[in-house]
Design a protein around this ligand. Sequence first.
Ligand code: C2E
Ligand code: CA
Ligand code: CA
Length: 699
Amino acid sequence: MQTEAPLYDVLNYLPEGILMVDERGVILFANEAFSEMVGYENDILLGLNILSLLADIDVFTACIAKVMNEGKSLDAETDFLHSDGRIIQAIKSVRMIRHNEHIRFFVNIRNLSDINRLNKELRLSKELIEYQAHELSTLLNSKNQELEEILGSIDEVIWYIDNQTLSLRYVNNAVEGVFGFTKETFLADHSLWQQQIYPDDRELVKMFFETLRPGQSQEIRFRILRNDGESRWLNSRIHHHPTLKLFIGITSDITSSKTQSDEIAFLAYHDPLTLLPNRAKLKRQLENRFEHSSSTPFALLFLDLDNFKNINDTMGHEVGDKILIEVSRRILATAGEHDFCARFGGDEFVVLLQDTDISHVNMFAERMIQMFKRPFRVKEIDFFLSTSIGIVLYPQDAQNGEDLIKHADTAMYEAKNKGKNQFVYYHSSMQRAIHNFLYIESLVRDGLRQNLFELYFQPLIDSKTLRLEGYEALMRLPHPTEGFVSPDIFITVAETNGDILLIGEVVLRQACDFITSVRQLCSQPFFVAINISSKQLHQMHFAQDLLDYLKERDIPPSFLKVELTESAVMENIDIAAVQLNKLKEGGVRIALDDFGTGYSSFAYLAQLPIDTLKIDKSFILTLFEVNSNRHIVEAMSNLAHVLGMSVTAEGVEESEHFDFLIQNKIDTLQGYHLSRPLPRNVILQKLQNSDPYFTPLPV
Ligand code: C2E
Ligand code: CA
Ligand code: CA
């Protein structure tokens, strides 16, 4: 791979905000981290004046003036204004670049709330943020060269490596200051960087890369040896880029006085957010056990929070972080003093249980599930979470750390597949590869190439007349040996690697085929609701293309409905609003899916042209188990009706659900009690024969 292509991506995947502004403050470039920090879409930021994003203009103008006068880089604390009005405390450093006749300011911004997590000394350590001032004298003619130069002049080491071979593909000049070897030496020997890792820390680094999933970002601290033999502590924040197949990182030297090295060593083995032991510490803990008490049994529980991404997407990382801290507190409080708890990654936790008596392990797992039932309160809002847990037993299920984790992870996915919010013990018959990203990706690609994707249709029933209103289109992908791959799993993979756009085309084509066939069989109006993922919605021409396609197929837009989740809409509410208004004007109806699982402001959502709220099935499935659910469903229904929206309930599995929902004026019902999703031909056949294909029958 050439070094040019991913340079923009490198800037975009740096976990810190990067801006380039001209001498008037107009933003010429902003990376994604900055967009996220201030809550504006990148397109909107470009051309905007940085002053409009600052809480205190004076500090910034003084800073620019100083940089211009003294020609140096400078850093200062600045408050930025988030699009929602919040103030973001940040440290920025400004550095002046003369480019041809132009003056450009390169601004690097770190969110202070992130940094506060590290200890104070580290935060203040200048090395982390300071930029040396040396002017760019070369004329920069291409954008890439310009970026290359910018990266070259940053103090922190920026690099990327191949995600399979770990061989170095790019590194900037700063590497010399840290390692003592020049950038050229590193690029000539692609594995030199690995050889320079401190021997004790090699395993830690190796495991880090093995377990960092595509799309995830994580932080790691480890030691390296300089060319003069001296050891240094490094802190790296690394992103696993799913499509470029690279690990992209930014690394700083955090070695400082001796007194700090203990703290740094602590942080190397602990998660800075929750202060729980991290993955590396877990590995050591397991190794110690195998070495010193290999005959003592134990149980390993692997927890993954359900729907946590929803909270992060709709409420931002700050709220997500607070919840993670509270989760770790509750886990610690539930575990015994001899049990070991670690944060494995994003929203994943591991507990090692001493007591392996099955009834005790069951009880413990049940307590874990229960402790999530209490709401997590952040900023006056109650968040409802649940967790899926995979359990492995040592020595029965696996004899080494790597297999234990792998099997526990497999069992955890099984728990998710079975409907989340439960625990599952590992069994050797479970398909290990079933959730492996690359494996699922290959199934998706084969499916697209060989036309294996098939839409199923689940009836939606009018609760007053018990007549059919329409169908929800649900995608099915056959698995070579296991029936079907769960859409929750293949859709997630396809959303990460972009294949969702191709799947979306197949959905639309097959949905239109189905509409055309049904119209030929019966004259009553109906609609087909298709699920739209956020990637599709944020395509510039999404709405127009969809309307054009309907026209081409000669299908009136009233036969189509789209279902979108809150988080897809909230990802960029402005773009979503434009697309939704266009669809609505075109005559396509809109449903808000999985309602109640996100935490977006309803005031925002109410401004969108939404026809239907679909109450998430988690409320319906536990309607009679969780008391508050009945009130919530009632409230949601009233709210929707006041706003002129209709309400659909999905997950209607039991006749009691059905009765309750009818009494509470839910307009439309969907669920196994009425009908499972069915293949197109089954429906067409029944329509042709006028056979009933859902229960109970229309009145
Ligand atoms: P969703 O949009 O919330 O779809 C409803 C899910 O609930 C479907 O699962 C459906 O089979 C299931 N369901 C319906 N009635 C019941 C019931 O009574 N009880 C229970 N327990 N479940 C019921 P499915 O087909 O596995 O799809 C899962 C998710 O995958 C969907 O959730 C949707 O988010 C996504 N998905 C499926 N097809 C597509 C697609 O074509 N495009 C996109 N972007 N996403 C899709
Ligand atoms: Ca749906
Ligand atoms: Ca849904």
